[in-house]
Design a protein around this ligand. Sequence first.
Ligand code: SF4
Length: 225
Amino acid sequence: MKRGVLKEKETVRVREIIGLLRTHYPQSRTALEFRSPFEILVATILAAQCTDERVNKVTPGLFRKYPTPAHFARADRAELEQDIRSTGFFRNKAKSIIGASMMLVEEYGGTVPDSMEKLVTLPGVARKTANIVLSAGFGKAEGIAVDTHARRLSQRLGLSRETDPDKIERDLLAIVPRTDWLDFNSMLVDHGRALCQARKPKCPECFLRTICPSATVFFQELKNR
Ligand code: SF4
């Protein structure tokens, strides 16, 4: 089949996937709780290798104790580590939060910048975190966050063959319409939690099974069990 025809078929399939995701997850948004771009930045740093539920238990008290970037910037590192200990990887996270807060205070007047270019200059902030801050905090889409759910589902749905999150994002940006970038990640996260779970995807119940190239593989595995 010619390259142009293949691309057209793929575009139709991607639009169908997005349409079905929208139908099933109409209110899709991050499960992290926040009241400002700065809070979603800190919450997203804390959410690495941790559940959103756990982060949501920690952040209310954390933001009462450290309400602004200036408070985090002058925090005692050992004390902050204990404050966020339950989210795991607390030493690295405390270092990132303090480093990012110091830069916000020194370079950005204590406010979170609303561009990818500036966000990724903050310590501990890579494209994934920046994408989440931009979409959730500012309603802006300069890319698509590729976290563990987006990575797994992009591969299973045949949207990317890559394993590196930056390369997966590049593939997604080429096929997902720009108007869908804003909530594409959160819809994949919702679907990853509801049906397309890492260990046992529920393909027989999945509304994407007729257009998902992985469905037959998992159906076969289920039969062989
Ligand atoms: S059919 Fe299975 S592998 Fe494909 S998206 Fe649905 S749950 Fe995931």
